[in-house]
Ligand binder design. Sequence first.
Ligand code: GLC
Length: 738
Amino acid sequence: MRLTKQFLFLTFAVLAISCGRKVSDVDKKVNDLLSQMTLQEKIGQMNQISVGGDVSNFAGAIRDGQVGSILNEVDPVKINEYQRIAVEETRLGIPLLVARDVIHGFHTVFPIPLGLAATFDPQLVEEVARVAAIEATAQGIRWTFSPMLDIARDPRWGRIAEGSGEDPYLDARMAEAMVYGYQGRTSDSTSMAACIKHFVGYGAAEGGRDYNSTLIPENLLRNVYLPPFEAAVNAGAMTLMTSFNDNDGVPSTGNKHVVKEILRGEWGFDGLVVTDWNSMGEMINHGFAEDRPDAAKKALEAGVDMDMMTYGFIGHLEEMVRSGEVKESQIDAAVRNILRIKVKLGLFEHPYINVEAAEKVQYAPEHLAAAQKSAEESAILLKNDGTLPLKEGLRILVTGPMADAPHDQLGTWVFDGEKSHTVTPLKALQERFPGKVTYVPGLTYSRQERDNFSDVVAAARRADVVLAFLGEESILSGEAHSLADLNLIGSQSELLKALRATGKPVVASIMAGRPLTIERDLENCSAMLYSFHPGTMGGPAIVNLLTGEANPSGKTPVTFLRTVGQAPMYYNHNMTGRPYSGELLMKDIALEAGQTSLGNTSYYLDYGAYPLFPFGFGLSYTSFEYSGISLDRQEYRAEDTIGITFTLANTGSREGTEVAQVYVRDLVGSIARPVKELKHFERITLAAGESRTVKVELPVSSLAFFGLDGSRKVEPGKFQLWVAGDSASGEPVEFEVE
Ligand code: GLC
């Protein structure tokens, strides 16, 4: 008999544990609150409204319990007042979630995210996000719509500026860094809920045209576009935003497969899912929803919790519950996710902010120092004939539309950074070289057209070196700002050509929101430093790099095209059945050439098969050499770890930092696999002449992919592995997985 009792106890215990996790204190509070809420109060939590929107009586809507989150209010006094109404004038006193797009800094502005990715420095990017959270939360913002994780393979797409480029592995490491930075490693008053967006595939907009349809098949979705989001969910991202695009005809905001089945079902995401701005209502435009009630129902069924600016939930859910079209349990699930965030952020205990303290942390010296460091690390040296670093005592001509552009230097998605705090290259140069700098703009903004530069040319003749600051106004990248021509806009290339004709050394410093097609400009300069809009401290950062006080270490997070006609072009492409093997280019073709004597491989007759600069590329003032690349074994099992050893030497004359990159190719799979994929990177700083033997442990499991049968696993076979300073260099070593 004893045995039976023990057996029963054991069975019960196993059942109790297997039936579900221990209900956490957070969930206990959430469920307790939910049990007291009316249907109207629940639906009110699912509604986010923006100041400047069309809600006339903002305070009234809050007082009536119709608002769960407010967007775009940054006045701490007003935020406290709205919060007071929610907490003290509604029946249950549920605090508001106060949201803002804090994309690359709040007041202190950092390089745009594409620039942060160019640092290949997750630790630095976490510090950047932490500073953004400290400044924003001090002012009352507790939810940011960042990081943006959209893989971008087409630089015509203006929002390439906001993400981490073309590679899933780099994107995932940046995503983790920003989630940790925004939310903090422990939750406190400076924790700001991250929002990973735009879920999913938004960057694959056809033609690089924003909001356009995407056509991403399941394996590509699983192997390229989803991994960064999964990494961010595993890093603890508290919220996620659905994207505007339809993928294969299904708008993300109504896409059960990606939101309910993958995000919620497979990954166990229990955070808050918010739509993008009216992306629920836009399902009517897509022709996917009949009307607003239908759109609201489709979004709710897909797993969306909160509606940004469609008023679909607040306007129609109550009647749909009454009519039985929607179950109240569906509402409860959404409201639990919302309340869970508010509890985790401690909003119930501390809903208000200290208005007096808000100002103190903005633009703090250590924040500006972090901004300068990130701007230094994000810049990419693309060419240098020895003109850089600048020697002392030179007479310097400064020219170009970006030399003194405090607004445009900040880049896209800057709502709260003030141009009055921007330090431009001109200002930094005048301070660094008093009395040695002449400034003749030549062009005062990037789009300006001009056909005569006699004033600038005359000034160049009197100088020892010319520094031309070129690029894009900030409005020319970002949301809805796709371009069909990626050449330097306006007459900037003509200015550079005129300066080159003087015979003086000309350094081009580019500030842009994307990789522009700058091949012809490279021919017209002695050196080129490329920054993706570098933010508040871009000026001192660029000057430190030009003088050599800082040594460039940035690497391209996206492929740089020779011409826009090559788009989309990215390093981790498939081999195809006809890889390019050196076929003739148009300029080499004989007249009346026979039809079959040409090409027959995958390339362009006019521009060939290669980009201007590959992913992962960047020069330094010193040089590095890789040698002794070896693996600890030749054969591995799926559960093993690959021991990689290599030696990196600084073969130049000054200290420098190299981003060593490890790429792998799976030679044969159940589906064709990319020619190589980034699997590891690390920044290594070496003194002149120093060499270091480096060991990398690479789990074989990191080679897993979703194959023909739709499951993620490592498939046995032969692999190649590279260790190099960019995605196009180095020789592979081989290994096998049993
Ligand atoms: C915009 C963007 C999104 C942003 C949101 C709120 O349309 O697509 O990234 O977070 O609206 O401003």
